[in-house]
Design a binder for this molecule. Structure first.
Ligand code: FMN
Length: 168
């Protein structure tokens, strides 16, 4: 796909199903992320591909984070929320681990670099024919969710990137 065609046709995919990107395609998507403009070449991005027990822990804590925001959620609604997150074949948490050992590049610029990385990834996956949804929500700001994916409270989750085959 031409870049201009990719830019013109990019939209979010509200519902995803299998298959997700192959390991080789996922590698291309992550490499596209790492090509983002990055003031000071600090590479503040972290691409956390959720698999196995980490994926399970993420789904559990992300659903709990939603319930913390909506305390009326029943156990059935909590289970439905877990199922909904789990429907995405591939989930990549894109985080900004701010380099605070230097003072030249402010935090907001490091966050901006990671945001550019997310968009590169989105367009790369779109170019490969996959549906993408950039999410945040309560999960992105929850310390238990961050811990579940190996992040510290002062790290930022910039995107919870859902990838797969587009249903709509
Ligand atoms: C920083 C950021 C956070 C987002 N978080 C959510 C989210 O939590 N839930 C959601 O449904 N969409 C989320 N979106 C996706 C936007 O809502 C989506 O891009 C918007 O609905 C426009 O649709 P389009 O991408 O098809 O143009 C987020 C987008 C950005 C840039």
């Amino acid at each position: 796909m031409e870049l201009s065609a990719a830019l013109d046709s990019r939209t979010s995919a509200g519902r995803l199903t299998e298959p997700g990107p192959t390991p080789q395609q996922l590698d291309r998507i992550l490499k596209a992320g790492a090509r983002a403009p990055d003031h000071g070449r600090l590479q503040p991005w972290r691409f956390i591909v959720l698999e196995g027990t980490m994926r399970d822990a993420f789904i559990k804590t992300a659903a709990e984070a939603k319930r913390a925001r909506l305390p009326g959620m029943t156990d059935e609604q909590l289970a439905a929320e877990r199922d909904k997150i789990n429907r995405s074949p591939t989930i990549v948490v894109v985080a900004c681990v701010v380099n605070r050992e230097q003072t030249k590049i402010p935090e907001i610029e490091q966050f901006a670099a990671v945001s550019a990385a997310v968009q590169n990834m989105f367009l790369s996956a779109h170019d490969l024919g996959y549906g993408v949804m950039w999410k945040t929500g309560a999960a992105a700001y929850d310390h238990d969710v961050k811990a579940a994916v190996g992040l510290k409270p002062d790290d930022h989750i910039v995107a919870i990137l859902h990838l797969g085959t587009r249903l709509k």
